[in-house]
Ligand binder design. Sequence first.
Ligand code: AKG
Ligand code: FE2
Length: 260
Amino acid sequence: MLKTDEVCHLFKHACFLQIGILFVEKVMGVSKKFFCLPENMKKPFSRGNFSYVNHGWVSLETESLNPRCPGDLKEAFNTTSLRNWPSEEIDDFQDVHVSFYLRSEVFLSAHKHIGSDVNGTTLRTLYYPPVNSTCVKENQLRCGEHSDYGSITLVFQSSEGGLQVLNRAGEFISAPSIPGTVLINIADLMQRWTSDVYVSAVHRVLLPPAGDSSTRQSLVFFVQPDDEAIISCCDGSDKYPPVKSVDYILSRFKDSYGKN
Ligand SMILES: O=C(O)CCC(=O)C(=O)O
Ligand SMILES: [Fe+2]
């Protein structure tokens, strides 16, 4: 796990990421080819068909990031294990995803087991297809209001808008895509570990305006502590009871994927 002063250093010097915009576009391009395949070709790669629980394709409306709302109007492919791939369908799918994952070197050196089956760090590519506003359910969004589960999340977005973040005044504000930048969010285990010194970012992705048939893509890198790490408040307080990283993350998956 990173120490608090190392985290501060990362936030102050955000140049630590050696990921260029062209590389982000390349991963999104390859991903889009996968998402545009017919349903029956994607199904064998579904999340749940692999030995590692979070790896694989998530179909439309399967996950409710806000468990109180209908399923999100998005598709995703989670890369958690570096071993299971739809590589025969899409040339390069495996190579570009693995090399993107491995670029986030600072995290790789800070977490002993990233990239193995005992660390849930996940690269997620998301595709938001056009929305038919006449079919949208009550309270349904492209991505329901939530905070992420692990320590830090990096978000790369395509140019279409929709992502919003809740500020300290309790208002959602837009977090537009700014070319060449990455959005860094604090996630829930980091908030617990720092006893609320760092607060996790509540966020959501809105529906496009009615009649707007644009698609949207994002690439999200969720950094998770190693599965067996016990997350307890680093100031010695008991603000949050100690929790094993894997138990916490699995309980959150149960809520968000629980309807299926
Ligand atoms: O697509 C985005 O910009 C955000 C996706 C997200 O928040 C998530 O998958 O947890
Ligand atoms: Fe999120």
